[in-house]
Design a binder for this molecule. Structure first.
Ligand code: NDP
Ligand code: HEM
Length: 492
């Protein structure tokens, strides 16, 4: 009786089967100096658990930091969406937000030049809604079929095991739609000063559908209330040596001290009818919607106020997907998004198993799930419950809600593979606007130096291709990059 009590209090060390461990320091051997016995369950239990401690790291966004928090609605946007978690001013929804770098491994430095992931899980009363965005409003490519090869150019070369600027610029100059995102990446926004001081964006357009069945395209912007703050290339480089976990620590310590970071959630809304007439393809993720045409409308405030208690259980096992939607929020035909809808749950099944959604951090705990999934590895949610295995005419099985079915939409044309570079000049207008209209001279200078440093490390033919590509955005920019490369290497 006494022993059971102390086990409950957590004072007795046990094996994985719960039996008290008598000696945790000495293996069981045949005699004091003899071989170890196969019957030593304490030892084998421990070694076997250790041997399996690692799970596959995320193929991208492997290094990350996360926190719990709350989202509160501050504006009534029910005329655009019926999503229940957005339907009342003052309504609060628990959230979990994971920030990340993209190309590095789980042990890589937080201040590498890279986009940053900004993935939010809203635990709503209609199931989990995931907003899996980045800190940039655009992306490098506009078709999912290019994503795996694009990522290969950002990761280590399979021959040398080294990062290779030649691969990166060879890809970017072949795909000039990437230049907009590359410009943001090589501005100081490519090295944010921690996760608290950057914005988050959906980057894709999604669809919002209201109670009347009207739909709108929508873009999300999460504006940091801490103010945007970035490192210069030099500061970011130095921080790699001083504190490679800078962003992780900065987030954890501020929340620990009660200094809770927050973001103001805003949207751009476009009536569906506008989309066909707009000067750009509004579903092209390499483009933004200018604020002048589609101003930001406030939705609410997201605050992070609680650190995870267990990094592996919460941050590492969290599984976000753009396909985790709720009624009132639907996918658009954006070709990148369409590929992502498949890719995330697919990788979760590989990384975390087929029942990844039952892991507590991923569980839609505010609803009672009633599916027809019966078993599989770690089918923990079914424990102790009598499940109805099928939907019949005469049984009392869970029923559909036709009012929540995805809104029907028109498709037209012939099935086939269509070249997406249909507006040849439109790859360059928006980066040109960013460079000429938005960036002050200090930011232009940083951009030129950062680009010159990276391009200057490439083979000559690739340098020339990169300079030609930048000339398509802005002749003067290309000349400045060339001059800066020549200055640092006069004989090149
Ligand atoms: P606006 O002048 O209305 O807005 C400029 C935007 O640029 C602001 O949102 C600002 O973000 C952001 N910004 C400032 N410096 C950088 C940088 N180095 N990298 C990325 N973004 C930056 O302009 P428009 O809406 O007419 O767009 C002009 C250009 O601004 C676009 O071509 C695009 O490159 C960029 N941009 C536009 C966004 C949009 O959704 N319209 C969003 C972000 C960038 P903040 O206010 O947080 O400082
Ligand atoms: C993570 C695929 C584009 C944001 C991932 C992961 C995969 C993936 C496989 C790992 C997920 C995991 O192991 O849990 C793809 C594909 C893309 C694409 C196939 C294009 C077709 C994008 C874009 C964005 C984005 C455009 C942002 C707008 C993220 C984020 C994560 C992530 C934030 C990390 C999520 C987390 O914190 O767990 N992506 N991605 N991805 N991706 Fe993408």
């Amino acid at each position: 009786m006494e022993e059971t009590k102390s086990t409950e209090l957590g004072t007795v060390h046990t094996t994985s089967s719960g039996a008290p461990v008598g000696d945790n320091q000495n293996s069981m051997t045949a005699g004091a100096r003899g071989p170890t016995l196969l019957q030593d369950f304490t030892l084998i239990d421990k070694l076997a658990a250790f041997d399996r401690e690692e799970i596959p790291e995320r193929i991208v966004h492997a290094k990350g930091a996360a926190a719990h928090g709350v989202f509160e609605v501050t504006n009534d946007l029910t005329k655009y969406t019926k999503a229940a978690f957005l339907n009342t001013i003052g309504k609060k929804t628990p959230v979990f937000l994971r920030f990340s770098t993209v190309g590095g491994e789980r042990g890589s430095a937080d201040t590498e030049r890279d986009p940053r992931g900004f993935a939010i899980k809203f635990y709503t009363e209609e199931g989990n809604y995931d907003m899996v965005g980045n800190n940039t409003p655009v992306f490098f490519i506009r078709d999912a079929i290019k994503f795996p090869e694009f990522i290969h150019t950002q990761k280590r070369c399979p021959i040398s095991g080294l990062k290779d600027p030649n691969m990166a610029w060879d890809f970017w100059t072949k795909h000039t739609e990437s230049l907009h995102q590359v410009m943001i990446l090589f501005s100081n926004r490519g090295t944010p000063n921690g996760y608290r001081r950057m914005n988050g964006y959906s980057s894709h357009a999604f669809k919002w559908v209201n109670e009347e069945g009207e739909s709108f395209y929508v873009q999300y912007h999460f504006k940091t209330d801490q103010g945007v703050k970035n490192f210069t290339a030099e500061e970011a480089h130095q921080m790699k040596a001083d504190n490679p976990d800078y962003a992780t620590q900065d987030l954890f310590q501020h929340i620990d001290k009660g200094e809770f970071p927050s973001w103001t959630f805003k949207v751009q809304i476009m009536p569906e009818a506008d989309a066909a007439k707009y000067k750009w393809d509004v579903l092209d993720i390499t483009k933004v919607w200018p604020h002048e045409d589609y101003p930001l409308i406030e939705v609410g405030k997201l605050t992070l106020n609680r650190n995870p208690k267990n990094y592996f259980a919460e941050t590492e096992q969290s599984a976000f997907s753009p396909s985790h939607l709720v009624p009132g929020i639907e996918a658009s035909n954006d070709k990148m998004l369409q590929g992502r809808l498949f890719s995330y749950p697919d990788t979760h099944r590989h990384r975390l198993g087929p029942n990844y959604h039952t892991i507590p951090i991923n569980c839609p705990y505010r609803v009672q799930t009633r599916d027809y999934f019966l078993a599989g590895i770690h089918a923990d949610e079914h424990e102790g419950t009598a499940k109805i295995p099928y939907q019949g005419k005469f049984n009392d099985a869970p029923k559909e809600c036709p009012e929540h079915e995805t809104k029907k939409y028109k498709v037209e044309g012939e099935a086939g593979r269509y070249d997406q570079s249909v507006h040849p000049n439109s790859d360059f207008e928006q980066p040109a606007a960013l460079y000429n209209k938005v960036m002050p001279e200090m930011e232009k200078l940083a951009l030129v130096e950062n680009l010159a440093g990276h391009i200057g490390a490439c083979r000559e033919e690739i340098q020339l291709a990169a300079l030609e590509a930048w000339a398509l955005v802005d002749e003067k920019l290309s000349k400045r990059i060339r001059a800066t490369i020549n200055k640092s290497c006069p004989t090149c």
